[in-house]
Design a protein around this ligand. Structure first.
Ligand code: FES
Ligand code: FES
Length: 186
């Protein structure tokens, strides 16, 4: 067993893992972040996507030990602390960017990464940005619309420069230092 220390959704966890443990299994089974789901286990579907130090990764392709001393953000950490949904979560809901919802956590995490690099993405950039994420239900059209809508909302928000309490969480907002008490689990 190897001990790792990982900050997940703003909380620090110290755990013993087997060297072969996949990050997705660590997150689900040891940390309890079951919002991150497993669709294929073979790096094809993207359902397990999380942010590792801000970059979208398929957590079934990463070993838990590779996340040692890193920052992981899951779908459970993107809403604001008061429960206000992230603009992408809201857009997927309001624009019917999901049906069964199984792909949605991964779609949203991949889209967060996409919008960080492309705040005003074209339809092509959105489709390329989520090309590693498969959806069996929607035909992608409403997913693309949802990402476009959220991009507009997020860039408008950035311009408004309103008080922090009025803002929804963005990847940069999912901080960590904001965690009231770092829970270190032995
Ligand atoms: S479960 Fe990781 S890519 Fe499908
Ligand atoms: S909404 Fe069912 S797989 Fe995408």
């Amino acid at each position: 067993m190897t001990q790792i220390s990982v900050r997940v959704d703003g909380v620090t966890y110290a755990d013993d893992v087997e060297p072969r443990t996949l990050l997705v299994n660590y997150l689900r089974e040891q940390v309890g972040k079951v919002g991150t789901v497993v669709g294929c286990d073979t790096s094809n579907c993207g359902a397990c996507t999380v942010l590792l130090d801000g970059v979208a990764v398929k957590s079934c392709t990463v070993l838990a030990v590779q996340a040692d001393e890193a920052e992981v953000t899951t779908i459970e950490g993107v809403a604001a602390p008061d429960g206000t949904l992230h603009p992408l979560q809201r857009a997927f809901h309001e624009l019917h960017g999901l049906q069964c919802g199984f792909c949605t956590p991964g779609m949203i995490m991949a889209s967060i990464d996409l919008l960080r690099d492309h705040p005003d993405p074209s339809e092509t950039e959105i489709r390329e940005g989520i090309e590693g994420n498969l959806c069996r239900c929607t035909g992608y059209q409403n997913i693309v619309r949802a990402v476009q809508h959220a991009a507009g909302e997020m860039s408008g928000r950035a311009r408004s420069d309103g008080p922090a309490s009025d803002r929804s969480a963005s990847p940069a907002d999912v901080d960590t230092a904001a965690a009231p008490h770092a829970v270190v689990r032995a």
